[in-house]
Ligand binder design. Structure first.
Ligand SMILES: [Zn+2]
Length: 105
């Protein structure tokens, strides 16, 4: 019997411009856990915790104390990665329910 899959945290670039890459980490349940601007995608591996000794992993651990898997999404286009799309859907659903409850983003 294999261990249950750990929840995923997706790291992707939300805005690509020369020298300005707005990296975002979103949990599979739709909660945005961290953001960071990198001058190059290569820095995201460390700065967004894709490597085990990287930054932000304390925030990830606070959200998923029993463990997690950090997934680097190379192409955030909808339809490329179904798990990532599901996280975005969950995020949109959260925004809608927050809006109904009167919570300001
Ligand atoms: Zn980028």
């Amino acid at each position: 019997m294999s261990a249950p899959a750990k929840p995923k945290i997706f790291v992707f670039c939300n805005s690509c411009s020369p020298g300005w890459h707005s990296m975002v980490a979103i949990a599979e349940d739709g909660e945005v856990l961290a953001g960071h601007v990198c001058s190059d995608h290569g820095y995201a591996n460390h700065d967004m915790g894709l490597t085990p000794d990287g930054w932000k992993r304390d925030k990830y651990a606070a959200h998923y104390p029993d463990g997690f898997e950090v997934v680097g999404v190379q192409d955030p286009t909808l339809g490329v990665n179904a798990d990532f799309d599901a996280a975005l859907d969950a995020h949109a659903a959260r925004l809608q329910s927050d809006a109904k409850a009167g919570v300001k983003p």
